[in-house]
Design a protein around this ligand. Structure first.
Ligand SMILES: Cc1cc2nc3c(=O)[nH]c(=O)nc-3n(C[C@H](O)[C@H](O)[C@H](O)COP(=O)(O)O)c2cc1C
Ligand code: SF4
Length: 464
């Protein structure tokens, strides 16, 4: 297929991008090899692995006692990891294509990490791709370090806000605008309150709106990188050479996870090769509060099941509707429930869900003692990987009023399990909705073929 090159961050490259994937799924090796093929590869700046002088992986050990102390250590580990991955990516690219780094604005200490990495990694990272939250300061930090930035957005409205508050002052540093489809892309999804999670919209109209706005503000030649649900380029011909959308490139997140260079275990790669349609769920369990897409496994099923074991309660006997006192051993107190929930309460306890936790929505959550103790341990082990976490109640700004929510989970732990073990049950397997196509695409030879990055890149270039 004849693909037009695009000008991103001052360089003409092939319009194929590997999207950033945390934690440690897109790495220096995967992104560098992708860049080497002539596109752009994005390594993840979200707690990436770091190495000793012999290149051996160092498993981080936290010495701090408080969450704040642990977060301090985590940021330092993160900076080290980013520098190591940037160096590897730069070397692997051998001067071809472009290397990007992905930062999640909601990650703990993201601004400090970004400043430090950009100061120290001069000449290796060409642009920062960043979404999740409102990264106003991203533009200042990148411009100060003469590095481009690629805002990740899911609607024109977000771009307009970012533009108005900040980006208009740094427009020469916008490398590309990444449109990530909030319904189908892997990882966290940027669905807004006005988007219906059950009614996916095709990207065409949203892209036209984004391009219209970009043209109005002088970003006509800046490419839009389309991300989410892209498999064969032959299915995207309407989006190429389309004056209403302008120059475009295509970002892949899910497909590059099944490559020889991908750090995922063979077991997890095999899982991806055999995903069925409907197995990837768009859900809202992430402690960031965002929607996200992942393969349904034991972890997600447990979180879904938990939701069905809740009962509303009151702490005091002041509401007529909540007149039934019940003693909760794990809370060491008596609370009040509705008469109509009495039977449910009894059943939960009798069926082994005898450990109870409160949720921020004034419900009691019924858990097995094992699950209860796992949740307590995960909350205790929190290292403050996010700026604010619904699960542990951690907030790096020191707000102590966030009530921990046991209906969420430690995303740091589950993503580390995904990238460092072969445990399919307890890992968070972020995936695009499109992963069911691994199974039917003859390129993968009925799940028996895992391509190198180069082989995948060349296959994508053919259009099929
Ligand atoms: C395992 C996984 C982890 C991801 N992590 C991130 C991330 O940390 N930051 C981010 O901006 N996007 C993340 N993404 C989104 C990808 O960069 C990419 O835009 C998306 O996967 C494209 O959609 P596709 O999965 O349909 O190819 C992730 C995607 C996957 C599958
Ligand atoms: S509980 Fe886990 S996900 Fe939440 S901030 Fe702590 S380490 Fe991160």
């Amino acid at each position: 297929m004849n693909l037009n090159s695009v000008l991103i961050a001052g360089k003409e490259i092939l319009p194929l991008i590997e999207g950033g994937k945390g934690i440690n799924v897109s790495t220096g090796i995967t992104s560098g090899r992708w860049a080497n093929c002539g596109g752009a590869g994005t390594f993840s700046g979200v707690n990436p692995d770091f190495y000793d002088e012999d290149g051996k992986f160092i498993s981080p050990i936290f010495k701090g006692k408080s969450r704040a102390e642990k977060q301090r250590e985590l940021i330092d580990f993160g900076i080290k990891g980013c520098l190591d991955q940037a160096k590897i990516a730069h070397e692997e690219s051998r001067g071809n294509g472009l290397v990007f780094m992905n930062v999640l604005w909601e990650q703990g200490g993201s601004q400090e990490l970004l400043k430090s990495v950009l100061e120290k990694a001069k000449g290796t990272i060409k642009a920062i791709s960043c979404g999740a939250g409102m990264p106003f300061k991203l533009a200042d930090i990148c411009a100060e370090n003469k590095v481009f930035f690629n805002p990740i957005i899911s609607s024109v409205r977000v771009l307009q806000l970012l533009w108005k508050r900040s980006y208009s002052r740094f427009k020469e540093w916008i490398g590309a605008v990444i449109y990530e489809d909030p319904w189908v892309a892997g990882g966290h999804n940027g669905l807004s309150n006005s988007d219906n999670p059950n009614a996916p919209e095709k990207p065409m109209q949203r892209l036209i709106e984004i391009r219209k706005f970009m043209n109005e503000v002088g970003l006509k030649s800046v490419p839009i990188i389309i991300a989410g649900g892209i498999w064969w380029l032959s299915e995207w011909l309407d989006y190429m050479n389309n004056d209403e959308i302008g120059p475009v490139a295509f970002q892949f997140g899910t497909r590059p996870m099944v490559t020889v260079e991908s750090p995922l275990s063979d077991n997890i790669k095999k899982k991806f090769l055999n995903v069925e349609k409907g197995e990837v769920k768009l859900q809202r369990f992430s402690p960031t509060g965002l929607y996200s897409s992942a393969i349904e496994n034991k972890l997600l099923k447990e979180l879904e099941d938990q939701l069905t074991r809740q009962i509303s309660f009151k702490e005091e006997n002041t509401d007529e509707a909540f007149s039934v006192p019940v003693e909760i051993k794990s809370l060491n107190k008596t609370v009040y429930i509705n008469e109509s929930d009495k039977e449910k309460f009894k059943n939960f306890i009798e069926n082994g869900f005898s450990s109870v936790m409160k949720t921020p929505s004034d419900t009691l959550l019924f858990l097995t003692p094992k699950r209860y103790s796992d949740i307590i341990t995960d909350m205790k082990n929190c290292v403050g990987c996010l700026s604010a976490c619904m699960f542990s109640g951690w907030d790096q700004r020191g707000n102590l009023n966030i009530k921990p929510d046991p209906r969420s989970f430690c995303i740091q732990k589950s993503l580390q399990i995904a990238s460092h073990t072969s445990d399919i049950d307890n890992s968070l397997l972020f995936s695009g909705q499109i992963s069911y196509r691994f199974k039917t695409d003859p390129f993968y030879k009925n799940g028996t073929f895992i391509p190198t990055v180069k082989e995948l890149f060349e296959q994508i270039m053919t259009g099929y």
